[in-house]
Design a protein around this ligand. Structure first.
Ligand SMILES: C[S@@+](CC[C@H](N)C(=O)[O-])C[C@H]1O[C@@H](n2cnc3c(N)ncnc32)[C@H](O)[C@@H]1O
Length: 224
């Protein structure tokens, strides 16, 4: 199932799940304060949720997405390219002040190339802000286990088994590429990104189980 077939599912997701506004967006704001007048590329912009947030801060967002209909909707917030990541060949090198990538890297097979392409198009000293499903959450076979007394535990699954997994997306399925936290941090460093901030968040619905990791957010700065 490709992302082009998931338009309705994704629009329904963000319209009905309060976690995007209550958890995901605050995590992005926590790792990255967008600066007015700066140009940021939104990698996998969807229908423009994050671009609207950047524009509201006075920044100039540019979006790229593989899904035609979502990209069309995002175009009301700034220039859009319809294209497949990690390719950013339509952008000149050193042409942007930064990039953001929210809930997208886990759908990209070659995450190392995404970091390298972002490093090519962002100016030295620019930022890359990322929010993603935590690798602890996306590990194959990881799942909650509910004990009879309602204690909720977490089965870690095969955390070290990298690869593609199919997950339910409404009536359809979506591909997640699992990699470890070390893979993410090391690939970014190899591409020239210096880590400035890394935060982890538990599942928002399981407040009594704060040890269950749900989301990961990072901010990097491009080394000269
Ligand atoms: C979970 S949605 C997140 C959308 C947006 N970042 C947000 O937070 O609202 C994932 C997005 O990534 C896009 N996407 C997935 N694979 C892609 C690829 N290879 N190239 C470009 N966009 C892709 C999808 O079309 C979708 O809009």
């Amino acid at each position: 199932m490709s992302w082009s077939d998931l338009t309705e599912w994704w629009l329904e997701e963000i319209a009905t799940d309060p976690a995007y506004d209550r958890v995901v967006t605050p995590m992005l704001l926590d790792v990255m304060s967008a600066k007015a007048g700066k140009t940021y590329l939104d990698l996998g912009c969807g229908e423009g949720r994050v671009m609207r947030m950047l524009a509201a801060a006075g920044a100039r967002p540019i979006g790229v997405d593989v899904n035609h209909e979502l990209a069309r909707r995002a175009a009301s917030s700034g220039p859009i390219a319809e294209g497949s990541l990690p390719d950013l060949g339509f952008l000149r090198e050193n042409s942007l002040d930064g990039a953001v990538c929210v809930l997208v890297i886990e759908h990209i097979e070659d995450h190392g190339r995404l970091f390298a392409e972002a490093a090519r198009v962002v100016r030295s000293g620019g930022v890359l802000a990322l929010v993603m499903n935590h690798p602890h959450w996306t590990a194959p076979g990881s799942s909650p286990i509910s004990y009879p007394d309602d204690e909720l535990l977490w089965r870690p699954g095969s955390y070290f088994d990298r690869g593609a997994l199919l997950e339910r997306a409404g009536e359809q399925e979506i591909v997640f590429h699992h990699r470890t936290m070390g893979d993410i941090v090391e690939s970014a460093a190899v591409a020239g990104w210096s880590l400035e901030r890394l935060i982890e968040a538990p599942h928002h619905e399981w407040a009594d189980q704060a040890g269950i990791l749900r989301l990961l957010a990072c901010r990097w700065r491009l080394l000269p």
